[in-house]
Design a protein around this ligand. Structure first.
Ligand code: TYD
Length: 395
């Protein structure tokens, strides 16, 4: 049974940055009610009414995984580790973005699947790319033209696809008998631990735990045989899954992580209700802090036009009344406006200057990288505001 526990209000599509603030574009902005629920049977946490993927993953999709040094290095590192552990002959990535992971393998070994046409265009001249949504039809088409796949990798994508049944059945069809499916997504335990409620937005239809993935895998004839913790996106889990009939052994760290999750209460609705209470408190604290700074005439901006900050801004109803603008390094976000709150996005070279007193860390998941990069700002007395793991000022 699905039980709703978190209400994050009316939200726009997190990646739908507006190109203009014309009456027409404001009127056509799409909003939905962001409600998060917990399934007491399989322990899966999900957005209650998922948005149609065709509205989300268009040829205007803004996120470029290669933008951040942290992500470039993380993908290079995992590609090396997977190659060394499994020696795959054929590798496929579902949701290959701009090729940041696949570029670490020999070209002839890889297949990219990426439904956002603008992103698929980036990789199509480098390696075999299918500009399609992942489903059974595509799986059959790829298998007609290729051998079975030994390693299927998918980072921050499987959690975005509403139809879990079709996703796993299509993978079952194409993966080799002893093949490995590696899925990586923000982990539910980290979100609960650090109160990062902004990981809930339209794209994150599911927020997985090892407990839930173990149940899903079993249901579709797979076995979860290993799990690894990673630092990406504020704490993610990397799941290693194989066919039930294959010979990969369950690891001790899988048992350990499953036990940790049980101990944390991830199998009980009570845990989620307590989390929702903490989220409400975080909202009040953030608004009060911004109000005070504004009263003191401080100039506040936001750093990183993230999808996560779409949730924060719209849930807390904070926009131009507090933030002068948002800075972001991504070229195709610059010159646009944030979804729902319509704050202008400018390049850091233009906006991150001596006039800024406080910068809200929209990209808090890159805190280390940003604090390192912005030493000069901090030295001259500039401060950051974060809401993760709690609302506080960083100086
Ligand atoms: P991302 O981590 O993808 O978060 P989300 O999935 O919530 O959108 O986005 C990080 C954004 O922050 C991306 O648009 C690039 C931007 N950014 C900066 O502007 N400056 C930086 O130093 C870093 C690390 C990121």
């Amino acid at each position: 049974m699905k039980k709703s526990f978190l209400y994050l209000g009316k939200q726009p599509i997190a990646n739908s940055f507006l190109s203009t603030l014309s009456k027409k574009s404001i009127k056509s902005e799409y909003f939905y009610n962001l409600i998060v629920s917990f399934d007491t049977k399989n322990y899966l946490v999900s957005v209650k009414n998922p948005v149609n993927p065709k509205i989300q993953y268009t040829d205007k999709y803004a996120h470029r995984a290669s933008e951040s040094k942290t992500m470039r290095e993380a993908f290079k590192n995992i590609a090396y580790k997977l190659q060394k552990r499994f020696h795959p002959k054929k590798i496929m990535e579902i949701g290959s973005n701009d090729g940041v992971f696949l570029k670490n393998f020999p070209k002839h070994k890889v297949i990219a699947v990426e439904p956002c046409k603008n992103l698929a265009k980036i990789t199509k001249n480098k390696f075999k790319t299918y500009p399609n949504f992942w489903n059974k039809k595509l799986s059959k088409l790829i298998l007609k033209r290729n051998s079975k796949i030994d390693l299927i990798f998918s980072a921050n994508t499987i959690s975005h696809i509403p139809n879990i049944k079709e996703t796993f059945e299509a993978i079952f069809h194409i993966i080799s008998d002893n093949g490995v499916l590696v899925i990586e997504d923000p982990s539910l335990s980290s979100i609960i631990n650090i109160n990062s409620y902004d990981q809930f937005y339209d794209e994150h239809v599911y927020v997985f735990s090892a407990l839930a993935i173990r149940n899903i895998a079993e249901k579709y004839n797979f076995t979860l045989f290993d799990v690894e913790k990673t630092d990406t996106h504020g704490g993610s889990l990397r799941y290693f899954i194989c066919k039930k009939s294959s010979n990969h052994k369950k690891t001790n760290r899988l048992k350990k992580i499953i036990n940790e999750e049980k101990h944390m209460g991830l199998a009980h609705i009570k845990t989620y209700k307590k989390f929702a209470d903490r989220v409400k408190k975080s909202k009040i604290k953030l608004i009060n802090l911004l109000k005070k700074l504004k009263k003191d005439n401080k100039k506040i901006i936001s750093y990183g036009a993230t999808y996560k900050s779409t949730t924060v801004f719209n849930y807390c109803k904070i926009g131009l009344d507090y933030f002068h603008y948002v800075t972001d390094t991504t070229k195709n976000k610059q010159g646009k406006f944030t979804p729902g709150t319509h704050i202008p996005i400018v390049p850091p070279e233009k906006g991150f200057n001596d006039s800024v007193d406080y910068a809200f860390l929209g990209a808090w998941n890159f805190k280390k990288e940003i604090m390192n990069k912005e030493k000069k700002y901090l030295k001259r007395g500039g401060k950051f505001i974060t809401h993760v793991p709690k609302v506080e000022i960083l100086s």
